[in-house]
Write a protein that binds this ligand. Sequence first.
Ligand SMILES: [Zn+2]
Length: 322
Amino acid sequence: MAEELLRNLYRIEIPLPGSPLGWVNSYVIKDPERNLIIDTGLNRKECLDAMLGGLAEIGVDLKQTDFYITHLHADHFALAQSLSDVTTTVYMNGPDKAFIENWQGWEPIAEFLVLNGFPRDEIDSAINSHPAQKYGSWQMPMMSAVEDGDIIRCGGYDLMAVATPGHTRGHTCLYERVNKLLFSGDHILIDITPNIGCSVEGTNPLELYLASLDKVFGMQVDLVLPGHRRLLRDCNSRIEELRQHHRRRLEEVLSILEYGPQNAYEAASRMTWDIDCSSWEAFPVSQKWFATGEAVAHLRYLEESGRVVRDEHAGCRVYSIT
Ligand SMILES: [Zn+2]
């Protein structure tokens, strides 16, 4: 079902069955020349049906429609493949576009997680249950790179790209100055906290994410249109909650390391998670995968701030308090 939010601007709810995220908010902007769809859904039937149903309701012709994807994750990007053809422009930020175009398979990520304590014998099932593996897109559309500050004009709106790395390396929101709208992708969500994970060497995603929160904190925003869940109005209060969440998380990780040196997987097993499972052992393997990545992100941040040190023993990376 399509909901009209403002003139020429609609929201279509795209279901994500079985995902704690619930659904994707797909925003459609109608324009006599070219319509624009911001984020799409997974490459699966439930998503496609909801999208086509919503577009039919508001009379949007896919042949006159382009896409803006806030970041590379399959729940935002994958359905664009089924909806686009050679005449379609699919806008994507540079770093995420490069990551997709240089994709080397799961192996480098799997090796990195094993180095951080993830059990090697659970890697295959973790990959096979990953949403990008099950419902990703394997025929990439041509993508047009978007840089910080670029403007996309559509439906009477000037949409400015605002680079907000952290959730992914290139995550980029769209900002509309007149109505003070922020299409926030997975940078700012309400009811759930965006996953900040680290699955590659040499990066510090949490530092990037906190800096991106600071960047948006200084902007005039009256309505946040996120990639999942409810829309929200008080952007700055939510940013402050997200900052506090990560401050608490960092303290929690430090207190866990007081029990002794640990790898990220062990630390993740002791962190508190907002998930309906009685124990770490009962976590679905895909959630253990995301949790380990999130533990690495917090450990990396603490390491860069000089509060923990990293060692390597027998092919496994271990952290301890300085
Ligand atoms: Zn995401």
